[in-house]
Write a protein that binds this ligand. Sequence first.
Ligand SMILES: [Zn+2]
Length: 338
Amino acid sequence: MKHIRADDPDGQGRWSFSSQQATLRRLDKAFRAFFDRVKAGRTPGCPRFKGRGWFDSVQWPKDGDGCRWDSQPEHPTATYVRLQGIGHVRVHQHRPVHGRVKTISVKREGRRWYVLVSCQGVPARPLPATGAVTGIDMGVASLVTTSDGEHVVNPRHLAATADRLAVVRRDLARKQRGSKRRRKAVARVAALHAKARRQRIDGAHETALALIRDYGMIVHEDLRITNMTRSASGTIDAPGRNVAQKSGLNRSILDAGWGVFLTILAHKVESAGRELIAVNPAGTSRTCARCGHCAKENHLTQASFVCTACGHAAHADVNAAVNVLRAGLALRRAAEAA
Ligand SMILES: [Zn+2]
């Protein structure tokens, strides 16, 4: 990279060295992941060449090194960020920055640009203690069901916009490459995706906040979402069955955004001084929460649970959530005894 920069002082040489290094690290990560998947016997796609038009984000790994957050602190109202090779850029700051700024990223989403700031030494904001505990079951119909029987209906924004997205995509396919209309159509597709993503993150924040307000300890299933989504294509030795059907489920899973939700929940739990426990989800949907009888026949339909041993009837997700909570409490007792 040093040679490239020296040969091209008005081009590549203008930008921050650390920032270019960060991009190379991302390339390295992509290739590492590719070779790991090859070793695991899967059939990954080789990382493709990405021209500058394909990149939507760039990172400056250290505040003060080619970038500066709040570069014009004397300005009475506006916040600025200075980026090497670009200059001072005004930022619409939607919430105050806590702690010390560590890294700065700039991201493009359709026609919008975002500045992402990661900070160190962010003070925790503990919530008043509560002894209440809950288990949560994560599903497709309801994003979250608590062991107290509360359902948070999965908004499935992406599914709702899927029709609109299909129309816009068809529209896009008819456009001539390199035309102005095609560029606009691309922007419309990106805007729809971005909207769904924002709404999903918003919903996850709301749900997570409600949970940490009410409960001191939250138990969830340890869902290896990536494992579940992987099962569709399978490996060379064991190709996946029902690929089409499972892809449909994958879509629902990804749409439900469990991974996003759990990440946000973990951050909030940490900041509020709450406790989060992940338990093995095996059997939680088939086991009776009242008598412990475990059988496949218990789980009649997607929504209803009727125990074949004791006759206990409940909503399937609530029954699972109670089992999750019980497993979590058992784990905590074991940890305390040890
Ligand atoms: Zn039972």
